[in-house]
Write a protein that binds this ligand. Structure first.
Ligand code: OAD
Ligand code: ZN
Length: 254
């Protein structure tokens, strides 16, 4: 990556009144969180429809809970990397909205750390695909923290709702499910108002999340992409920064 493109991207972001950021699993790769696609991706070893779908949960809730228990155990020790921190610092200054497809919660951890006890809300992301460390009741819909280890030895030992006793599920969006309408609307509104959409670490293949930069483009804004590899969005980006988010974002946003 030449310093010319970095300077061009810095100028675009510096001159923008409003920035929307769309992140994907690649921003957390350097924190040790596995991505979904590609050689080392989760979907190489597992079929999403077997583990991350309402049908799978109806058929074999224990298997689905085992998979989410495994993912929670893998993500729990991971910490935000300099990419998350740079975004949180910049978002706290205002004029930037974070939208993420990630369920790992690392943007929130970075926001709370950077706010240092102050108001972290400007750096809290809109989480399009839910949250890995949150449960939701399958009957009454009540959400609760999902950090305790899950005992998958039988149907009876799976987590139950504190209010109504029904089975809990991870509060994430599964294949075939709709995204939360309110969250999606907020993301699209910020995308429409943004001068620049900064797209970090996503294959830009999964809709409706992948619409976020397209909406900014439609409304006359531009896209800056940070990704070590080409994506379907790359040809439409004003500036493409090829490399890892943990190295590029601090240089871009300092
Ligand atoms: P993918 O696994 O599809 O894409 C990860 C992207 O991150 C790829 O384009 C990589 O090139 C890039 N990448 C890898 N390392 C990186 C690094 N260090 N810095 C920056 N980029 C890097 O993940 P997503 O696009 O997030 O949905 O996948 C979208 C959705 O598909 C996920 O939210 C999930 C999945 O099925 C649901 O679970 C609903
Ligand atoms: Zn309930």
């Amino acid at each position: 990556m030449g310093s010319g493109v970095l300077e061009e991207a810095r100028a675009l972001l510096g001159g923008a009144a409003r920035v929307v950021v769309l992140t994907g699993s690649g921003i957390s790769a350097e924190s040790g969180v596995p991505t979904f696609r590609g050689e080392e991706g989760l979907w190489k070893s597992f079929r999403p429809e077997d583990l991350a779908s309402p049908e799978a949960f109806r058929r074999v809730p224990r298997l689905v809970w085992e998979w989410y228990g495994w993912r929670r155990a893998k993500v729990a020790p991971c910490a935000p990397n300099p990419g998350h921190v740079a975004l949180a610092r910049r978002a706290l200054r205002g004029g930037m909205t974070l939208v993420t497809q990630n369920v790992d919660g690392l943007h929130e951890v970075a926001a709370l750390a950077c706010a240092g006890g102050g108001d972290a809300s400007p750096a809290l992301p809109l989480e399009l695909h839910g949250a890995l460390f949150r449960d939701r009741c399958t009957r009454c819909g009540r959400a609760s923290e999902g950090r305790r280890p899950v005992d998958v030895s039988s149907l009876e030992t799976l987590p139950r709702c504190g209010a109504c006793g029904s089975l809990l599920r991870p509060d994430v969006v599964w294949f075939g499910e709709a995204l939360d309408a309110h969250t999606l609307h907020a993301a699209f509104t910020h995308a429409a108002q943004a001068d620049v959409c900064l797209v970090v670490g996503t294959s830009a293949l999964v809709y409706p999340a992948a619409s976020v930069p397209l909406i900014t483009l439609e409304r006359g804004g531009c896209v800056v992409e940070v990704n070590p590899r080409e994506t379907p969005l790359s040809p439409r980006a004003r500036v493409v920064l090829r490399g890892g988010a943990a190295e590029i974002l601090p240089a871009l946003l300092a």
